[in-house]
Design a protein around this ligand. Structure first.
Ligand code: SF4
Ligand code: SF4
Length: 86
C-alpha cells in the first residue's frame, strides 16, 4: 500500500478548488486564512492522502507537490507472556 501527502505552494494557489473537487479522499479543503494575493488556498485537512496525484494533475498553477511512500508494514504482534503455573 502507498500513503501520500501533499505540499501546497500557498502563495501560488488562487483558490480555484479544482484540486479539492478532484480528490477522491476528500483530503483537501480551502484555508480559513488568505495568502498575500488575497486568495484562500488549498490545504491538507485529513491524514488519508493516497498519493494518487489527481490534485497535482488538475492544478492549473502547478501549486501542488505530491509525495508518496510505502505504508509501513504491520508490526507483528508481540508474544503474550503466559502466567507461570506451579
Ligand atoms: S494526492 Fe490524491 S488523495 Fe492525496 S490530496 Fe491529492 S487528490 Fe487527494
Ligand atoms: S487547483 Fe491549484 S490553484 Fe486551484 S485551489 Fe488547488 S492548489 Fe490552488
Amino acid at each position: 500500500m502507498i500513503s501520500g501527502t501533499v505540499i501546497v505552494a500557498t502563495e501560488i494557489c488562487k483558490g480555484c478548488e479544482l484540486c479539492i473537487a478532484s480528490c477522491p479522499q476528500e483530503s483537501l479543503s480551502l484555508s480559513a486564512s488568505i495568502n498575500r494575493k488575497g486568495y484562500r488556498f488549498a490545504e491538507l485537512v485529513q491524514n488519508n492522502c493516497t498519493g494518487c496525484m489527481n490534485c497535482a494533475l488538475v492544478c492549473p498553477d502547478s501549486a501542488i507537490t505530491v509525495y508518496r511512500q510505502p505504508k509501513a508494514a504491520k508490526q507483528t504482534a508481540k508474544p503474550v507472556l503466559k502466567a507461570q503455573t506451579a
